[in-house]
Design a protein around this ligand. Structure first.
Ligand SMILES: Cc1cc2nc3c(=O)[nH]c(=O)nc-3n(C[C@H](O)[C@H](O)[C@H](O)COP(=O)(O)O)c2cc1C
Length: 191
């Protein structure tokens, strides 16, 4: 089993990357493979090759953690472009794969950002994995993430819960539980 952790920051070594690493460590401790993935910058200009790469990674993963820095009390504009493009792709196999969102902020706007990110999952029949608090990290730079002990615990528990959900889904599949029969979607946005 593999979890793809998407770094929605333009900063490959910033606080979002550091926060995703904490969840990845917990998943690895349960024997689950992880990859922290920073989409190609050109993806934000809807470069088809970059988007194809992202879709391939999504289709090979069993679950996702999407992380974004908070920019003006919302996801970063570039990350929002990425999510719009990815979730608009008909060939991206997202449905029924568990997902979680992480918002990283210096001070405020994290809960609005989480709301925004989780709406993508709700649209795609993706089970949302939770922790014992909202997945919000307060840190301006990567070296300050560890100082937010409450957030570090939240992320650790998130990783444990995601591993548990993946194992439950695997057991269900092996026991013959099928995904619900799908209906033709009314007013589909896909062509
Ligand atoms: C354009 C911009 C807007 C920002 N807006 C907010 C904000 O609304 N609230 C906040 O708490 N931090 C804000 N920040 C701070 C970042 O969210 C914070 O430094 C975060 O840790 C950066 O994550 P990264 O290192 O992964 O990019 C903003 C930063 C930038 C560059």
């Amino acid at each position: 089993m593999k979890v793809l952790l998407v770094n929605g920051s333009q900063n490959a070594k910033g606080t979002t990357n550091e926060s995703l690493g904490i969840v990845a460590k917990e998943l690895n401790a349960q024997g689950i493979e992880t990859e922290i993935y920073q989409p190609c910058p050109k993806i934000y200009q809807f470069d088809p090759a970059c988007l194809d790469e992202a879709v391939k990674k999504v289709n090979e993963a069993d679950a996702f953690v999407f992380g974004s820095p908070v920019h003006y009390a919302a996801t970063s504009g570039s990350f929002s472009c990425f999510m719009d493009a990815l979730f608009g792709r008909k060939d991206a196999e997202l449905a029924f794969k568990p997902a979680a969102a992480i918002a990283v902020e210096r001070r405020a706007g994290g809960s609005a950002t989480l709301d925004e990110m989780q709406k993508y999952f709700l649209f795609k029949q993706m089970p949302i994995v939770s922790s014992n608090y909202w997945n919000i990290v307060h840190a301006r730079t990567a070296d300050k993430v560890a100082a937010d002990e409450e957030a570090v615990q939240t992320l650790r528990i998130l990783g444990k819960n995601m591993g548990w959900m993946l194992n439950c889904l695997k057991a269900g599949k092996e026991a013959g539980v099928k995904i619900p029969e799908q209906e033709e979607k009314i007013n589909s946005v896909y062509r």
